[in-house]
Design a protein around this ligand. Structure first.
Ligand SMILES: [Zn+2]
Length: 178
């Protein structure tokens, strides 16, 4: 008596449903079927902003906080949270950044992660500020790519419903240069 391979039929319901959604490929180039399953999962990632907390708390209050080197001979100002100066290694202290700046550079994203798909294509800008040595990366809204130029005045906007994320701030073209 020769052993016959078992025949499994029940799984085809799942496979067909996956196939309709375009999610599954279940034959290899030799026509061999493989089992494909759908396993949704989610995760709550709880983590501390630690010394960066003030930056995100300030966004919720409509403020941009940068870091200034405390060494008198240096005094470098960063547009992002920094515990210590990258020029001289001295500790930094928090400083308010201007809410108006200029477009240093940008890229237009024609694809993005799931959170940004609805607003794709969107512009990501590097914003420079008077008296600040480094730039801030944020979205630039209310304008099209063809309107953008290096040095364009921009101003910050803040989310009325903060998520304590860098997406709580974005920039728009400045209404006036005053
Ligand atoms: Zn320094």
């Amino acid at each position: 008596m020769t052993a016959r391979p078992p025949v499994y039929e029940k799984f085809r319901e799942v496979q067909e449903e996956l196939d309709r959604s375009g999610a599954a490929i279940f034959r290899d180039h030799d026509g061999v079927e493989s089992l494909v399953i759908r396993s949704p999962y989610s995760i709550n990632y709880i983590h501390s902003y630690a010394e960066d907390s003030e930056f995100f708390l300030a966004l919720a209050d409509g403020k941009l906080r940068g870091s200034k080197c405390t060494a008198k001979k240096c005094g470098y100002v960063y547009a992002t949270p920094r515990g210590h100066c990258m020029e001289c290694g001295a500790p930094t202290q928090w400083v308010d950044l201007p809410l108006k700046g200029r477009l240093h550079s940008w890229t237009t994203c024609h694809f993005g992660s799931e959170a940004f798909l609805k607003e794709t294509p969107y512009n990501l800008a590097l914003v420079e500020f008077d008296g600040v040595g480094s730039v801030l990366l944020a979205r630039l809204k209310d304008c099209t790519e063809s309107e953008l130029y290096v040095g364009m005045p921009v101003e910050a906007r803040f989310s009325p419903t903060p998520k304590y994320s860098i997406t709580d701030v974005w920039f728009v073209p400045a209404r006036s240069e005053a």
